[in-house]
Ligand binder design. Structure first.
Ligand code: DAH
Length: 340
């Protein structure tokens, strides 16, 4: 009878190693270990025919057999489960295919340019504040000293919303909003998106980014503006670049000046990339108009200030000698990846 046990163990080991489906495994399991009529039970039923003193030993031997048989079934079950998973995977993935390394991302050059601007203003103790892109006519125009019938409203082609609100055409409206929130002195940077109804071409976009610098306090002069903007341009373009102020006109500043930076390609002598001028236009600036200070509740007899507004796209284009603003938003990998 002990031999029968041994034979059964060997047989089960061989058959479980060879079977291929769960159904075969289940059938074999019942035929060997089933309580009623299973082959192990049948062998054990013979225990009564043994002499009494051999029964205990046989019982122990039978238990060991049962354990070995169960372990054969267990390893077959594992093997089947593994094979099942593998074949499921093979339907969708080739797990042996070499992996491709993920591409490394990078900071977009607009964001990088903005970060440089922000770090400069922060180093000078300016606060960074953000304003609404959906703005009222009042803050976008009136408070900036641009009355309803003024022709410069048309010059800034504006997107109006059905409600009568508009998409801000510049970051300047935040000058008054910030001054209303905060008593003088004030020193802020306002970066953000602005919108204009311009046709898209190499130099124009209907949405772009500006930032506004504003400093108001007692005894603030044009010299402070010049010094600040000169330092900013050297920070952004390099120490060898020069800045120049050209007399200009804005409703919200008096006097007003346009800011130019010397061309990085010809260093001011005139070349194709600056159209022969030797200088590149960067944006507008000036001393904050008394009307604007008054709209903000600041007394123009006591306080003076400077403001300027520059375009972030413009700076990025000039810094990298890029000649088409559309490249900045088309997000072609070949272009974007150059600025890692
Ligand atoms: N807001 C003007 C624009 O979008 C730029 C500007 C000019 C801003 C003069 C200023 C300034 O703060 O003083 O064209």
């Amino acid at each position: 009878m002990t031999d029968q046990l041994k034979d059964l163990e060997d047989e089960v080991a061989a058959r479980t190693a060879a079977l291929n489906t769960q159904a075969e495994l289940d059938a074999l399991y019942t035929s060997v270990l089933g309580r009623k009529g299973g082959r192990l039970s049948q062998i054990m039923a013979g225990v009564g025919k043994l002499p009494k003193e051999e029964r205990a030993e046989f019982g122990q031997r039978a238990n060991e057999s049962k354990l070995r048989i169960e372990s054969s079934f267990a390893s077959a079950a594992l093997r089947l489960r593994d094979a099942g998973l593998r074949s499921e995977l093979a339907k969708t993935y080739d797990v042996t295919f070499p992996a491709t390394a993920p591409k490394r991302g990078s900071i977009h050059i607009l964001r990088r340019t903005l970060n440089d601007v922000v770090s400069f203003f922060r180093s000078r103790g300016f606060a960074v504040v953000l304003g609404p892109e959906v703005e009222s006519e009042y803050y976008n125009f009136e408070a900036m000293n641009i009355p309803a019938d003024h022709p410069s409203r048309e010059a800034m082609d504006t997107f109006y919303l059905p409600s009568g609100a508009l998409l801000r055409t510049h970051t300047s409206p935040m000058q008054v909003r910030a001054m209303l929130q905060h008593p003088p002195p004030i020193a802020i940077l306002v970066p953000g998106k602005v919108y204009r109804r311009d046709a898209l071409d190499a130099r124009h976009a209907f949405m772009f980014h500006q930032f506004e610098g504003l400093q108001v306090g007692r005894g603030v002069t044009f010299a402070h503006l010049k010094g600040f903007v000169g330092d900013l341009c050297r920070h952004l373009y390099g120490p060898e670049r020069r800045t120049r102020f050209r007399p200009s006109y804005f409703q919200f500043t008096e006097p007003s000046a346009e800011v130019d930076v010397s061309c990085g390609v010809c260093a001011g002598s005139g070349c194709r990339s600056c159209g022969g001028a030797g200088w590149l236009e960067m944006g507008g600036s000036g001393m904050v108009h008394p009307h604007v200070l008054r709209s903000a509740g600041y007394d123009p007899e006591l306080y003076t200030g400077w403001a300027f507004g520059l375009g972030i796209e413009r700076i990025a284009l000039v810094r990298h000698n890029i000649d088409d603003i559309r490249l900045l938003t088309e997000n072609q990998p070949a272009f974007v990846e150059q600025f890692q």
